[in-house]
Design a protein. Structure first.
Lengths: 227, 227
């Protein structure tokens, strides 16, 4: 009976990794749609989001069943409780990718991002993807050191976010209020995506060490308007 | 032993109500600071946020202990699992109030909100407060009908959010890009605050009925750029 339980815990771990990859693919495609104006790719992100939502519902349900039937303690209990937090973060990352894709779709056939901001958005997309790949590795291996590297990488997302605002606020900005609103929201979506990746990493540290890193009950507030 | 356990569950319920009131007071004060430019009030929201964070950490810890020591099933288990979700939503509502307060602080001694937008922001603040008062009542009474009224009230927040964007995008907008960025982020903070209130209400429906409302695994994406 205990072996079956641990098989089920392993399956939950595999599903978490799968969910992480789905959230990563969603943001990769959303960024592509945003920078190329490809409506088909944007639509695909929108329709694929239901798979991420379904995986969350399924994992919450499985977790609840295991808590109820197996009454786990110690590390097993901690892993199940953490799973509830992780699926919330991962589903939200999928939602943020969806928001990015919807901006691409809304501006189609135009490209939402003005030419001079495409480089910074491409970099934000690349950092998001690098973060999510590391998150998948952390979930697989519960690698505390890699979890800490994720926090450092989040700093580079914050730096890109500041760079975006600097460009928006430059005297040379000539794209009007609508584009400024789009870029403000897009910057926020990428930054929040990275924040949730950090949240996942911190929770894994909690599984591995039994202690949350200092100050991490909150996903840290960041970004120019929050600073 | 079981009586002591149920006393502890009651205490958790009381703490959730207290946390809800703290998140409400934070947004009330943040809105006041935003509309009056009162630096003292803004600073108070910032410093008081640590109490909300501490309450989350405390409630998570207590929940984990009860899961571990009491091995609850059925409704008791559902209440504890739900508590983990509720404290995440409530803490995030506190963070969003904090973000609003920080915009007020950043623009001090100016008032961040242009005169013609103060009315819509005041209304968003009022809806936020009304929502959070209802959420506290729902937590106290597990009132499924009131939980559904919260969803309707969230629609009025979305309508105010759209009104805000309409004013930002009017030809008459004369406050430049920086104010447009501030107002875009502020609108998003209020809207997300309401979304989390809805998330809390939906979780209470889950405790009361054992079933999540359709489509509510995700806090619904909304807002002009997400639409």
């Amino acid at each position: 009976m205990r072996d079956l339980f641990h098989d089920e815990l392993d399956q939950i771990g595999n599903s978490l990794v799968a969910m992480t990859h789905l959230a990563g693919t969603a943001m990769q495609r959303a960024t592509e749609a945003l920078l190329t104006g490809d409506l088909h790719v944007a639509e695909r992100v929108v329709s694929d989001d239901t798979a991420i939502d379904a995986l969350r519902a399924d994992l919450e349900s499985k977790t609840f069943q295991l808590l109820s039937l197996q009454q786990p303690v110690a590390t097993d209990l901690r892993m199940l409780v953490t799973t509830l937090h992780l699926v919330a973060d991962l589903e939200r990352m999928g939602d943020l990718a969806l928001h990015v894709a919807k901006v691409a779709r809304m501006r189609h056939p135009d490209i939402a991002v003005p030419v001079e901001l495409r480089d910074v958005i491409a970099q934000m997309g690349a950092v998001a993807l690098s973060l999510v790949d590391k998150v998948a590795e952390v979930i697989k291996g519960r690698d505390v050191e890699l979890a800490q590297a994720i926090e450092v990488e989040d700093d580079s997302m914050d730096a890109l976010h500041r760079k975006l605002f600097t460009q928006l606020l430059a005297d040379s900005w000539s794209h009007g209020t609508e584009a400024a609103i789009d870029m403000t929201l897009l910057g926020r979506y990428y930054e929040r995506y990275a924040d949730h990746a950090v949240g996942v990493a911190r929770r894994i540290v909690f599984i591995a060490t039994g202690a949350m890193p200092a100050g991490s009950a909150a996903i840290k507030p960041s970004g120019p308007a929050a600073g």
